[in-house]
Ligand binder design. Structure first.
Ligand code: SF4
Length: 379
């Protein structure tokens, strides 16, 4: 049964567009595509809208050149390519929560060249470490809610917001409980399976997803994974949905026991603390969450979080995925390296593009794994 649950997560990812179209047909409700996890899905659920994350497909993008620069990160180029090819033609709207310049341009290119009924850019502050950030974002969320209300033609009430907060909190809490099983000496799930669980949660109705994660929580304690976990690895980076890479690395005698990705732990680590001021509570969550490096300034709080994760999940080494052309993540690699090295966790950086040269990467990852098992010490 556990295998069937993981297969369902996989199916949802592979058939994300078919799922969305069927959901729309079945519910007669709107679907909004969002680019970055700074979009507060709580408010979209409160408005009875299904949020789905816009991601790429890892096919070489051939259609984006006239619309955004070729030196934008692959997430942006590949996502936009999917829109230009009509893969997201069921979207009623798009929303972006300000993160980096590349994603802002992607949002703008989409808004200009791919017809949607509704487009909204939320000015999530860059300086999340100032005391002004939460009150500022609360006001921005009020503007966003108002704009949504005008579009859908009804008020989003406090009880709607409570429902939206409950839906998101429950899903994040359940997935965090699953992550606990990754701490075991013999983890009950692989890194690929964890990635597929979180990724699929960004593509389907959270209520449906939560039911399946609840079922998984009931059945996981009895699962015996018939594999040697090998070296305990952490994977760190930006958005990462390269499932083939995960599988290939885990086939080399390793298990990703924890991740630091916005398609992983960074998405689910923090909840909204309910309060009378619903929008204030949501704003606080997005200001206080584990930050994307585009907002991780002047303190590198994400680096401290990565160190805690490495210790809690007993990682022996970390692969750091640097998306080509991504400055925010590139800037955090030196402090990440220092901080993880200080607790005895060496890192190995790999540069990702839309497709990954696995032949070269295999040799490099194998060599890294050898250093971790004591054959060499390059650090
Ligand atoms: S990988 Fe970097 S450049 Fe690309 S969207 Fe994320 S923060 Fe922006």
């Amino acid at each position: 049964m556990v295998e069937e649950i993981f297969q369902k997560f996989r199916d949802w990812i592979d058939n994300r567009h078919e799922y969305a179209k069927e959901w729309k047909e079945k519910t007669n409700r709107k679907i909004i595509g969002y680019f970055c996890t700074y979009v507060p899905e709580e408010i979209l659920y409160a408005a009875d809208i299904l949020p789905v994350r816009i991601l790429g497909s890892h096919e070489p993008p051939t259609v984006t050149e006239p619309y955004i620069f070729a030196m934008f990160c692959h997430l942006c180029r590949d996502s936009l390519a999917q829109g230009l090819k009509g893969k997201f033609d069921y979207l009623d709207g798009i929303v972006e929560g300000q993160s980096c310049l590349h994603l802002r341009q992607t949002f703008n290119a989409w808004r200009l060249h791919i017809p949607v009924d509704y487009a909204y850019y939320i000015y999530v502050p860059h300086s999340v470490q100032t005391p002004h950030a939460t009150p500022y974002l609360t006001q921005e969320l009020a503007k966003f809610k108002h704009s949504l209300e005008e579009w859908i033609g009804r008020k989003v009430t406090d009880s709607d917001l409570d429902r939206g907060i409950r839906t998101m909190n429950r899903n994040r809490e359940l997935m965090r409980k699953i992550y606990e099983y990754r701490k075991l000496d013999n983890p009950k799930i692989t890194g690929l399976e964890a990635m597929e669980m979180v990724l699929s949660s960004q593509m389907v109705d959270k209520e449906e997803h939560s039911k399946l994660v609840e079922q998984l929580l009931r059945e996981l304690p009895n699962r015996k994974l018939n594999r040697n976990p090998g070296t305990r690895l952490m994977i760190i980076g930006s958005e990462d949905d390269d499932r083939i890479f995960m599988q290939n690395v885990e086939n080399l005698g390793a298990t990703f026991v924890i991740d630091e990705h916005c398609t992983g732990s960074r998405y689910l680590w923090n909840n909204v603390s309910p309060s009378e001021d619903r929008l204030g509570a949501i704003a606080e969550r997005y200001v206080d969450r584990v930050p994307c490096p585009s907002k991780d300034w002047p303190e590198f709080t994400r680096v401290k979080h990565a160190v805690n994760l490495a210790q809690e999940f007993k990682a022996q080494g970390a692969l750091v995925i640097q998306n080509k052309f991504c400055d925010p993540h590139g800037i955090e690699i030196p402090p990440l390296k220092e901080a993880l090295k200080s607790i005895g966790v060496p890192i190995y950086p790999l540069e990702f593009d839309v497709t990954v040269p696995w032949g070269q990467f295999r040799t490099r990852v194998e060599a890294f794994l050898e250093t971790l098992t004591g054959l060499e010490d390059l650090f």
